[in-house]
Design a protein around this ligand. Structure first.
Ligand SMILES: Cc1cc2nc3c(=O)[nH]c(=O)nc-3n(C[C@H](O)[C@H](O)[C@H](O)COP(=O)(O)O)c2cc1C
Length: 310
């Protein structure tokens, strides 16, 4: 996974379109991800879903994240992706990685037995991950949590998943080191993350509350191969180069961004969003965020009124 570097931008619903991924990539993100895409809708050729697959430019390394719970659908989704790559369909041409989501906290998804509800289902996980590894035309991995709740965490369902990933030889596992029930700003579970790293024979990517150089270094120092960043990048797409500089010099970046920096970043985003016709939800969210930044509001604001991802 060396080719994908150490500083990954998280998949984020209503945030991670090509414009935002480009901005983060230009400022040091080494790998980025689309928001979670439902594999069944992709297979059905659903237009709204297809528009989320937007890897038009080769200059931004992007993983496509899928939500899938059935082997047959995964096989079909892989066929769609392979065809897209073969016929040089611009949306699919530049996918670098295929990722499966096992962390989405949506009650609707969990009640359907999808996403993190699958973590404890060893047989099903094995079947899905074997299919992923066999059918994926690209490097592939998964994003997990520690379980649905404290009970599953105590049962260490996550270690079973790591065992399967080891046996299959996935390219990586991203660990959001919390349960689904865990509070958004509660600290991550360092002990579980360390336990995972000690058992893993494949690269582990740490995720959760990485916001600056010191928090990224802490995760890399315990043995994560890379860190994945979500909310901190929304407030600050420069966070990746700030971390990179900290890792090299041990010094935090003292320079606060100016209104001109935000204006420049917004223009970069807008040009790409306009050129590739991004979905309105992305455009409106980033427009609002950049306006707030220019007014000095650096807080994280969720793009969704309905689903709290963290
Ligand atoms: C607005 C938003 C949307 C998200 N969408 C996704 C998603 O599509 N797929 C996914 O795996 N995680 C998603 N997440 C979770 C993040 O990828 C990440 O795991 C979580 O925010 C913890 O990282 P952080 O502490 O750096 O924010 C989302 C998070 C946020 C805040």
């Amino acid at each position: 996974m060396d080719t994908f570097g150490k500083l990954w931008l998280s998949p984020m619903e209503s945030v991670s379109d090509l414009g935002f991924r480009t901005l983060c990539y230009q400022h040091g993100a080494s790998l980025t991800f689309t928001e979670m895409v439902r594999a069944s809708a992709l297979v059905q050729g659903n237009k709204a879903t297809l528009s989320l697959v937007d890897t038009y430019t080769s200059s931004v390394k992007t993983g496509l994240q899928l939500l899938v719970s059935k082997k047959e659908i995964l096989q079909k989704a892989m066929a769609v992706i392979k065809e897209g790559i073969e016929i040089k369909d611009g949306r699919f041409s530049n996918i670098s990685v295929i990722d499966l989501n096992f962390g989405c906290p949506s009650p609707m998804i969990i009640n359907l037995g999808q996403g993190p509800a699958l973590l404890k289902r060893t047989v099903k996980m094995k079947e899905l991950l074997t299919t992923l590894q066999k059918e994926s035309p690209l490097p592939c991995g998964i994003k997990i949590r520690l379980g649905l709740n404290e009970i599953e965490k105590k049962q260490k369902v996550y270690l079973k998943v790591i065992e399967i990933a080891n046996d299959i030889g996935l390219d990586y596992v991203i660990v959001h080191s919390k349960t689904v029930a865990g509070a958004s700003m509660a600290p991550i579970d360092w002990k579980a993350l360390q336990e995972i790293i000690s058992k893993a024979k494949i690269p582990i990517v740490g995720n959760g509350l990485v916001v600056d150089g010191p928090s990224a270094k802490k995760m890399l120092d315990i043995g994560c191969s890379a860190v994945m960043i979500a909310r901190a990048a929304v407030a600050n797409p420069w966070v990746f180069e700030e971390i990179e500089s900290y890792l090299m010099t041990g010094k935090k970046n003292p320079n606060a961004k100016t209104a001109t920096d935000y204006m420049k970043a917004w223009n970069t985003y807008k040009n790409i969003a306009d050129k590739y016709g991004t979905k309105n939800k992305f455009y409106e969210y980033h427009k609002k965020m950049f306006e707030l930044r220019m007014q000095g509001d650096m807080k994280y604001h969720s793009p969704s009124r309905t689903l709290k991802w963290v």
